[in-house]
Design a protein around this ligand. Structure first.
Ligand SMILES: C[S@@+](CC[C@H](N)C(=O)[O-])C[C@H]1O[C@@H](n2cnc3c(N)ncnc32)[C@H](O)[C@@H]1O
Length: 318
């Protein structure tokens, strides 16, 4: 079945709210932390600006804390299944430039680099918390052409139009609480417009999101064998069940934000409506991460080029 190519819609005018840097009145000089954001709140600010900054500070703190243990997920089978699904969907080519959005500990950069046969020109990793990425890059002896850049997915990104051949964005695009003042589904739509803008025509994005109602207790149970690996506990000098419980706590925090609509966890059909309206198509979906996360590949279609034959299976059960 041939995919029809929608004409990209004109982006509606954003009711522009200032970005975080602008709001806290600082120069744009590198990483922002939760403390910087809190310190930027001034009595003379409007209640709306204060509320926005408080929410962002809490969000930064959440990811700063989670980032200290997030990489332990890499020892679990369900995380590695997710890595495998992303690997199946991504098609990096020699000389490409890729973006790893919300790069965390740069596991996705590593897999894109390896899948390309170590032939990419460059990968740029962006995040609001870059410490785990810097640490991992040091551990890897800077053996991949990865450039790290502090950037918030809730704002216009510091890249030119049509810049990237591909984007990998694992478990981060639906965690953007506010895009220039827009929230929930509207914020996600703006995040995706940015992804579309910086992708080259016929480039593709592989991204993932928790399903509508994720049940992370399942991951906790599935992760028990990894938690009781004595070898790992000795090697890393950790008590893994305690780490497992902490990771579950963050997972439940994410679920709760999804329930409240702060994170817009939708069904594939609803995402396709948003993405198709922007100009993406040729969608492929697969559930992964113990069935709790959808992985999607979407291509940036160009109206002038012939439609590709869709290779996706029938729309999966929601
Ligand atoms: C669940 S982790 C995924 C990390 C990594 N992509 C991986 O696959 O292992 C989500 C990542 O998104 C980042 N993040 C959350 N909100 C963000 C935002 N507004 N802008 C940029 N990065 C963000 C977090 O700091 C975190 O590193």
């Amino acid at each position: 079945m041939a995919t029809t190519i929608p004409e990209p819609q004109e982006a509606p005018q954003l009711e522009e709210q200032p970005g975080l840097y602008e709001l806290i009145g600082g120069e744009i000089v590198g990483d922002l932390t939760s403390r910087d954001v809190l310190a930027g709140i001034k009595p003379e600010m409007s209640e709306m600006d204060k509320e926005r900054l408080v929410l962002w500070a809490k969000e930064f703190k959440f990811w700063e804390d989670f980032s200290r243990i997030y990489h332990y997920l890499e020892y679990t089978r369900f995380y590695n299944d997710l890595v495998g699904t992303v690997r199946d969907f991504a098609e990096p080519n020699r000389g490409d430039i890729w973006l790893d959005a919300g790069c965390g500990s740069v596991k996705m950069s590593q897999l894109i680099w390896e899948k390309s046969g170590k032939s990419l020109e460059k990968i740029i990793g962006i995040d609001i918390v870059l410490e785990p990425a810097r640490q991992r890059l040091d551990e890897l002896g800077h053996s991949l052409p990865l450039e790290l850049k502090y950037a918030n997915l809730g704002e216009k990104l510091p890249f030119a139009d049509n810049f990237f051949d591909g984007i990998v964005a694992n478990a981060c695009l639906t965690s953007v609480i506010d895009f220039n003042g827009k929230k929930g589904k509207a914020a996600f739509t703006e995040v995706m417009r940015e992804m579309f803008r910086i992708l080259k025509p016929r480039g593709h994005i592989v991204w993932s999101t928790p399903k509508r109602r994720p049940f992370y207790w399942k991951n906790f149970v599935v992760g028990l064998p990894a938690m009781f690996s004595i070898r790992r506990q000795i090697q890393h000098r950790i008590f893994a069940p305690a780490i497992g419980i902490r990771i579950l706590k963050y997972g439940l925090g994410i679920v709760s934000k999804g329930r409240k609509g702060i994170y817009p966890f939708l069904n594939p059909a609803e995402y396709e409506e948003i993405l198709g309206g922007i100009g993406f198509g040729d969608f492929r979906w697969k559930k992964s991460f113990a069935g709790q996360v959808w992985v999607n590949r979407a291509d940036k279609l160009c109206p002038s080029s012939p439609p590709k034959v869709a290779t996706n299976e029938p729309m999966p059960e929601r």
